[in-house]
Design a protein around this ligand. Structure first.
Ligand SMILES: Nc1ncnc2c1ncn2[C@@H]1O[C@H](COP(=O)(O)OP(=O)(O)OP(=O)(O)O)[C@@H](O)[C@H]1O
Length: 498
């Protein structure tokens, strides 16, 4: 038998006017009375209409005021707001407006670099920028056939080319590999043979060798905005070494700012989760490297329940077969567009097979699939070709798939960061959806920590991570790697009366 616990989600009421933002009970993101969209370049206004975005959230309004050129000096920024709250546009709109408004645009140097964790997010970002630019012609290089197709379906009216964008490809290991792209990032004024990219999208592994090479210092010189999207993922684990190299490359540039008449770079860290537990946290890393960085925070950041959720149902069940039967019942009962999470690629494949054998159409999405197949499956799911996508955490970060009505964690994420991002794939951009989470009896104590936090405004609180104080409790749960294990051990000890 299942133990079912349903949590109804409260909508947060916020009092802080600057930081309160998009959350509310309306079916669209809550917008502000001051609509900076009205002052945007007409090209961007057309692009926003194509994206069906009509008015900004207050978080976007605040971010705009911190990034748009006003003649004032700009601070480095940490932009954090809950999943699905429109962080991408919060940095893109001011960046693109700056480009369009520049009286003497840099025709020779890339002025914006945006770093995202993977190819899928590169292509997703490319799609948004292309829609905002109004023409596929703005893509200098790196656009895939699928992204082009997506753009064509956006129904955007072709416009004069305004700004250009490129996705830095992988595998540029030598100077020779890189040469064809070099002039697109910083070309001599007399060279009109190549299009240059105003905005460069890259992953840490593609950008770090380029930026680290002292011979490419000039490529950084024109960069006035550097964005790290999904910053907590980038500043952790496998990405960290490449990220350190990129930051080192830009530190060199910073040293030249002022003295040599080189303009500074505004660095923007963006994420729905910026863990702040203890000395090794991402938040501490940013504080050390960018002590002056200003924080712009939407309400609900790190809340256990985000504002797009109508309910979350927790189901304790140890047996895989029972979980699968329950999921099949749900999927056949209401045919909701569902993103279903498992913890490994093998588990995903097995579940897809099992669902198909029960007559439920489902597609797989995980890192072990060939890139093209993965992309195709995602595309089919986007376009309603299949009502169910079964995925690993490869789909938990940043992916914006319209119309997803439900997220099911068939296997529970196992840490709070992944949990928040998984349930954040539903209820985006002002839409609503629900989540279902299966967990085992051995995970019950950890689940309880999150459930206890459902009534709190923030899941993460300041506190002594390694101590036993109550404040530290939730912080430990938030720890990506060790918190849960530690907490589990502690619970086991307590159960034994030690
Ligand atoms: N002002 C707005 N009004 C309505 N929809 C919006 C607005 N701003 C953004 N959106 C839509 O909200 C959706 C989510 O946006 P986005 O992907 O930028 O979220 P996010 O905050 O980056 O989420 P995550 O943290 O999960 O990456 C997108 O489909 C976007 O078009």
């Amino acid at each position: 038998m299942f133990t079912r616990i349903a949590s109804k989600c409260k909508t947060s009421s916020t009092s802080s006017s600057l930081l309160s933002s998009q959350f509310g009970s309306s079916s669209r993101l809550r917008s502000t009375s001051a609509n900076f969209f009205e002052d945007l370049d007409p090209l961007l206004q057309r692009g926003l209409a194509a994206l069906s975005v009509s008015s900004p959230t207050s978080f976007q309004t605040t971010a705009f005021s911190k990034i748009a050129n006003t003649g004032e000096e700009k601070s480095d920024l940490v932009l954090s707001s809950e999943t699905g709250s429109g962080k991408t546009l919060s940095y893109l709109l001011p960046i693109l407006q700056n480009l369009l408004a520049a009286k003497t645009p840099s025709k020779y140097k890339t002025s914006t670099m945006i770093v995202v964790p993977n190819k899928e997010l590169s292509q997703q970002l490319l799609h948004v920028i292309t829609v905002l630019s109004g023409t596929w012609e703005s893509v200098v290089w790196g656009g895939s056939d699928e992204t082009r197709e997506l753009f064509e379906k956006s129904g955007v009216e072709a416009s004069e080319r305004s700004f250009t964008v490129g996705v830095l490809p992988g595998g540029l290991n030598s100077v020779t590999d890189f040469r064809p792209f070099r002039s697109a990032l910083s070309r001599p004024p007399e060279d009109f043979s190549t299009d240059h990219a105003d905005v460069l999208i890259a992953t840490p592994s593609t950008l770090s060798p380029v930026v680290l090479d002292i011979a490419n210092l000039d490529l950084c010189l024109g960069v006035n905005t550097l964005v790290f999207d999904e910053c907590d993922l980038l500043l952790d684990g496998g990405y960290l070494n490449n990220m350190r190299d990129i930051l080192l490359g830009f530190r060199r540039k910073r040293k030249m700012s002022g003295d040599w008449g080189v303009a500074g770079t505004q660095t923007i860290f963006c994420g729905a989760t910026v863990p702040d537990y203890g000395k090794k946290s991402v938040d501490e890393f940013i504080k050390r490297a960018f002590p002056e960085a200003e924080r712009v925070e939407g309400s609900n950041v790190h809340a256990a329940l985000h504002s797009g959720l109508t309910s979350i149902e927790w189901i304790e069940e140890d047996r895989d077969a029972n979980r699968l039967n329950a999921v099949c019942d749900m999927l056949t009962e209401d045919e909701k567009k569902t993103l279903l999470f498992c913890n490994s690629g093998d588990a995903v494949d097995n579940v897809v097979e099992a669902l198909e054998s029960k007559g439920v159409r489902a597609l797989a999405y995980h890192a072990k699939l060939r890139g093209a197949e993965r992309f195709q499956n995602l595309q089919q799911f986007r376009e309603e070709g299949s009502p169910v996508l079964v995925a690993t955490d490869a789909a938990a970060r940043g992916l914006d798939i319209p119309g997803v009505e439900r997220v099911i964690q068939l296997q529970w994420a196992g840490n709070v960061v992944a949990h928040l991002h998984r349930i954040g794939r539903v209820g985006r951009g002002g839409s609503k959806g629900n989540a279902v989470v299966f967990y085992g009896s051995s995970e019950a104590d950890l689940v309880q920590i999150i459930r206890d936090a459902e009534g709190q405004k923030r899941l993460v609180v300041e506190g002594d991570v390694d101590g036993d104080d109550e404040d530290g409790k939730v912080n430990q749960a938030f720890s990506r790697k060790r918190g849960f294990r530690k907490k589990k051990k502690k619970s086991a000890k307590e159960a034994r009366g030690e």
